[in-house]
Each structure stands twice: as structure tokens, then as C-alpha cells.
Ligand binder design. Structure first.
Ligand code: F6R
Length: 603
């Protein structure tokens, strides 16, 4: 995964790089490092561990320079260590690189270089890029980069400095994100927009195999034939504050609290003259005979919610597939299939692969993406943007809520276009969706009760989530949220499945969180609750269906009433806050859970 940043300008690059890395740390936090160009040499500082370790090292041994590159690592090849940290230099210390991606043929390249007497200092796949570059270097760094890129198999976003080119950064990408930011005091490369937002909201999006040449006073782009490329400078609407904590202890809590605004903004973008609404209007829905949704993690869970919504409203059958499975299953799709891809980052490797697989089979692709200009957003046939702003916490909250709003609205509009609901019914549904932000606010106003309940839950060994129908979809999300940030074992089940195996795990010191928003299924979920309580578990019921609390055995956190199809947007707020406060009470690093990274750009 990893995050890269680079700067060439008139200010000291070191604080700029450190600040940028702070915004990229969500992409990986096993180690961090930077290199700056100073008087005919590179000063390189890199440290295993969080960015703070690099910062304290820099405090003791400060370095400075006007051109530099930095990296924050999510280890793939080689353990987290100082040696395996980036930047990597070639054997003559002439070329320094930072790399995000995976070089699939690195072993072969490494053996070839070793056979030529070149010694490696790390176990990474990335070092091979620096070594190969120095091996090929003949005085022309652009020629060298083209040659190297042509030898690499896999994916890369690269930032490169060469000793013979003071004040110049070179960047190139293939299948990994890279932006180029421009401002008066210097220019940037970065893996993601928040890394440069403090300095500029003007960015270029290089395409695969385009080379960006970044100097203090300008940026140029060329292709692998060294022909100049004209690129459009784009303005990002996100402001710098949106990438700051704004007084909250964690980004996750800040992002949870932003959900009334995010759901309002996203809903508004789906009507009127906004690009999102035009896309929905332009979709020729009656020309498809199959609907497939594919995504990973929480985005997949949003897809499971959508399956219930679409099937109920449109009466068409919908397949939801994990992108990591879809890409390898030789899916039965063709030009009459609409494949919907859901992704916050727009850079998830499995979802990108699923999209390309779908396109290669002639299917139409519609993406729902948060990050503007990301690979999925650019490559899908149509893209609807969620208006969630930058999401920094690794565990997604507000982007998930924005995805739900898009999916509900799509469901209603599809149903209307397919004549499964009339105009009046359409309006009733849309009016209901419109109430979601206010209802989320009402839940956030009762945060104390959730916080209080969560405080008592940190000792549970296992927490199960159950629900039926659309409540099952949100049980999946509640369980994922909890396990990823609190490290408590958790699983989600359809309520009816308990008796087919899982109930054998229920004993004292188990909590079962039951979702209950479907009135017609409320008696069923209540009997599930009774079954687990009688086997020693405690239960928490979350939902709009009424239930009586049973002393210390069953607690209820009620959510406002809404059509059951849209209830996930309300239940999920309780579940996000529950997970957050369990993790906070355990004193864990909520925004950067162990072993995870936000943007999963590797398989
Ligand atoms: C969980 C979480 C992940 C992501 C998944 C997909 O809180 O954030 O499960 O949902 O990695 O990422 P995107 O949406 O960027 O494709």
C-alpha cells in the first residue's frame, strides 16, 4: 500500500514531507523515511515504526534541502525494519527512489543484478528499482526511468531523484495512485490529495506510464516516447481543514460526527443539475438483464445492503460478489450486465481488477467512488462520486454512509425507470431518504448512552452480530468495524443461521448484538435473543423495533423510525460509535489499527 510524497521548491522540503507523510500514514505505518538533496549528495533518514520515530530521529540529526522524497510503508516484501524502509538508493548512491506498489518480477531482476556484482541492502522488491536505475544510468535520467519501467512487472507509483539533476523530481506510475500538486512556492508528487492540501488544491492526475518532471518553477509531462503531453490542471473542492482532526481525539470520531453533512451533501448531489444526477438519468437501465455489485470490505457490505434495496424495489435479481473472488471466477456477464463497483479510495487492487475483468467481457461499469480522479473513477464507464470529503481513519465510516445514500437513491431511480414504482411512490421514498441526516443527528445527540454501554464491553472475548434481511447486511458491517479497531473476535450471522452451528460458541462472556429494524421479523430476532441469553450470553438490541430491556441481560439502543430499507444508515451509526468507544476504552490506536492500511493497492 504505502504512501509517497515528493517536493521541489523554494522551501525546506523536510517539514513539508513530514507533514505530507502524516496525511498519508493511513496507507501504511510500518516504517517511514525521507531523502533530501544537499550539496551533491542525498541525506537519507529512515526508521522502523510510526512516523513519530522518524520525527524524533530528525530532531536529533536534522537535515534539510529544497528537493526531497518521503515514504510511509506497509510492509509486503521484507519485515518492517530500518533497512527495508524507503527511500532506497542504488549502489553508487546516485539515484534515490520511493515506491508504492509491488514489483512482481523483482526476484529475477535482483538475481540478474546480483550476478553482475551489485550488492543489495534490503529484502524489498522496491530496492531493485533503485539498483536497476543506477545500473542503466548513462547520464540521462529520463531514458533510465523509461528503461527501468519497461523491465518492471507489477504496479508502481515512483518518486525519483538523481544526483546529477539537482532540484528535479521525476515521477511515474502504473496501476498505483499518484497526483502532482502545484503551488507558487514549489511543486509536489503524492499518493493522495490530503498530503498536499495544506499547500494547494490544484492537481494533475498522471495516467499510467506518463512521466512527470517536477521542478521548483514548473511541471511537465512526457510519455515513454519522450513526447510532451498536455494535461489538465484540476481544482479540488476539499479544503485543508477537512484533512485535520478539528479538535477530536481521532479522525474516526470526527468522521462519524460528519455523517449528517456527508449524507446531506451526497443526497443533494443526486438531484438537480449535479453531475451525479445526470449520470443516473443517462443510465439506460432497461437495457440490462443482470446487475452485479462488487467491492471489498465495508464497501462490499454496502453492496449487500444494496442487494436488498434493489431486489425489493426493482424486483430484479442482484448478485453481490467480493471483488477478490469476482476477478478470478470467470463471471457470467456480458454487454447486457451492469457491474456496480463501490470503493472509497478508488484504488483497491481487487476492485480495479474486477472492473477490468467486467469491462473485458463487455459489461457496463458504474462506479461509486469517493476519491476524485482515482483509478476506478477514471476507468469505469460511469462514476458517481460520494461527497464525503477526505476520509483519513483506516476504518471507514462517513464514506460508507455516503455510499448507502447513493445506493438507496439508485435503487429508487432504477425502480422508477423500470416502472416498478410510480412517481408518487418515488417521491415518498426520496422524502424518506432525505430524513436520514436529521435522524443521524438525533442518534449522535445520544452518544453518551452508546459510550456508556461500550465502556462495559471491553472484556468480552467474542461479540457476535445478528440480523435478518437488511439487518443482516448491517450486522456484517458492525462486526467488521468492531474487530478491525478493537481486536475483539467478532462474527456476523443471519439470525436464522445461529442454530446451524454458531450457537455452540455462545457461553458466558459472549455478547450478541442483534439488529432489529424489520417489524415483520422482530419476533424472530427476539427469539434468537432469548436463545442466546438462555445460554449465558448478554445481548444488545439496536434498531427501531420495540423491545423490553431485561435487567443486565438485554439492553436496547433505539434508533429513529424509517423505512426498513433505509434503516442501515441509522443502525450503522450506533455500531460505529460502539466500536469506536470499545476501542477507545481499550486505549488502542483507533485511526491506525495494527496490520491494516486504508488503501489496499496490493493483492
Ligand atoms: C473497513 C474498511 C475496508 C475498506 C476496503 C475497501 O473499515 O475501510 O474494509 O472498506 O478495504 O476499500 P475501498 O472502499 O477504498 O475500496
Amino acid at each position: 500500500m504505502c504512501g509517497i510524497i515528493g517536493y521541489a521548491g523554494s522551501e525546506n522540503a523536510v517539514p513539508i514531507i513530514i507533514n505530507g507523510l502524516k496525511k498519508l500514514e493511513y496507507r501504511g505505518y510500518d516504517s517511514a523515511g525521507l531523502a533530501v538533496y544537499t550539496e551533491q549528495k542525498f541525506d537519507v533518514v529512515k526508521r522502523k515504526g510510526r512516523l513519530a520515530a522518524l520525527e524524533s530521529c530528525l530532531k536529533e540529526n536534522p537535515v534539510s534541502g529544497f528537493t526531497g522524497i518521503g515514504h510511509t510503508r506497509w510492509a509486503t516484501h521484507g519485515e518492517p525494519s530500518d533497512e527495508n524502509s524507503h527511500p532506497h538508493l542504488g549502489h553508487q548512491n546516485k539515484i534515490a527512489i520511493v515506491h508504492n506498489g509491488i514489483i512482481e518480477n523483482y526476484k529475477r531482476l535482483r538475481e540478474n543484478l546480483k550476478a553482475k556484482g551489485i550488492a543489495f541492502t534490503s529484502q524489498t522488491d522496491s530496492e531493485v528499482i533503485a539498483q536497476l536505475a543506477e545500473y542503466y544510468y548513462n547520464g540521462d535520467i529520463i531514458d533510465t526511468i523509461i528503461k527501468v519501467a519497461n523491465r518492471l512487472e507489477g504496479s508502481y507509483a515512483l518518486g525519483v531523484m538523481c544526483l546529477d539533476q539537482p532540484g528535479t523530481l521525476i515521477a511515474v506510475r502504473k496501476d498505483n495512485p499518484l497526483i502532482v500538486g502545484v503551488c507558487e512556492t514549489g511543486n509536489f508528487i503524492a499518493s493522495d490529495i490530503p498530503a498536499v492540501l495544506k499547500h494547494t488544491n490544484k492537481v494533475y492526475y498522471p495516467d499510467d506510464k506518463e512521466i512527470a518532471i517536477i521542478k521548483k518553477d514548473g511541471v511537465t509531462f512526457i510519455n515513454f516516447d519522450k513526447e510532451p503531453i498536455d494535461k489538465e490542471l484540476e481544482t479540488i473542492s476539499w479544503d485543508a481543514d477537512s484533512a485535520e482532526k478539528g479538535g477530536y481525539p481521532h479522525f474516526m470520531l470526527k468522521e462519524i460526527m460528519e455523517q449528517p453533512k456527508v449524507t446531506t451533501d451526497t443526497f443533494l448531489s443526486l438531484s438537480g443539475n449535479h453531475d451525479n444526477s445526470k449520470i443516473i438519468n443517462d443510465l439506460k437501465l432497461d437495457s440490462y438483464n443482470k446487475l452485479v455489485i462488487t467491492a471489498c470490505g465495508s464497501a462490499y457490505n454496502a453492496g449487500v445492503v444494496a442487494k436488498y434495496v434493489f431486489e425489493k424495489l426493482c424486483r430484479v435479481s442482484v448478485e453481490v460478489e467480493l471483488a477478490s473472488e469476482f476477478r478470478y471466477k470467470n463471471a457470467i456477464i456480458d454487454e447486457k450486465t451492469l457491474v456496480i463497483l463501490i470503493s472509497q479510495s478508488g484504488e483497491t487492487a481487487d476492485t480495479i481488477a474486477a472492473m477490468r475483468e467486467a469491462k473485458s467481457k463487455g459489461a457496463h461499469t458504474l462506479s461509486i467512488v469517493n476519491v476524485i480522479g482515482s483509478t476506478i473513477a477514471k476507468e469505469a464507464d460511469h462514476t458517481i462520486y460520494t461527497i464525503a470529503g477526505p476520509e483519513i481513519a483506516v476504518a471507514t465510516t462517513k464514506a460508507f454512509s455516503a455510499q448507502l445514500i447513493v445506493l438507496y437513491t439508485l435503487g429508487v431511480e432504477f425502480a422508477h425507470k423500470l416502472k416498478k414504482i410510480d412517481t408518487a411512490q418515488r417521491q415518498v421514498y426520496l422524502n424518506d431518504i432525505k430524513t436520514i441526516p436529521e435522524k443521524i443527528k438525533a442518534i449522535l445527540n445520544r452518544i453518551d448512552k452508546i459510550q456508556h454501554y461500550a465502556t462495559d464491553c471491553i472484556a468480552y472475548k467474542s461479540i457476535f452480530f445478528i440480523g435478518r434481511n437488511i439487518d443482516y447486511a448491517i450486522a456484517l458491517e458492525g462486526s467488521l468495524k468492531l474487530k478491525e479497531i478493537s481486536y475483539i473476535h467478532s462474527e456476523a450471522y443471519a439470525g436464522g443461521e445461529l442454530k446451524h452451528g454458531t450457537i455452540s460458541l455462545i457461553e458466558d462472556n459472549t455478547l450478541v448484538v442483534a439488529l432489529s429494524n424489520c417489524e415483520r421479523l422482530s419476533p424472530k430476532i427476539m427469539s434468537n435473543i432469548e436463545q442466546v441469553i438462555s445460554r449465558g450470553a448478554k445481548s444488545l438490541l439496536v434498531g427501531s423495533c420495540k423491545a423490553d430491556e431485561i435487567e443486565d441481560k438485554l439492553q436496547v439502543i433505539a434508533v429513529p423510525e424509517i423505512h426498513e430499507l433505509f434503516s442501515p444508515s441509522l443502525s450503522v451509526i450506533v455500531l460505529q460509535l460502539f466500536s469506536y468507544y470499545v476501542a477507545a476504552n481499550k486505549g488502542l490506536d483507533i485511526d491506525k489499527p495494527r496490520n491494516l492500511a486504508k488503501s489496499v493497492t496490493v493483492e
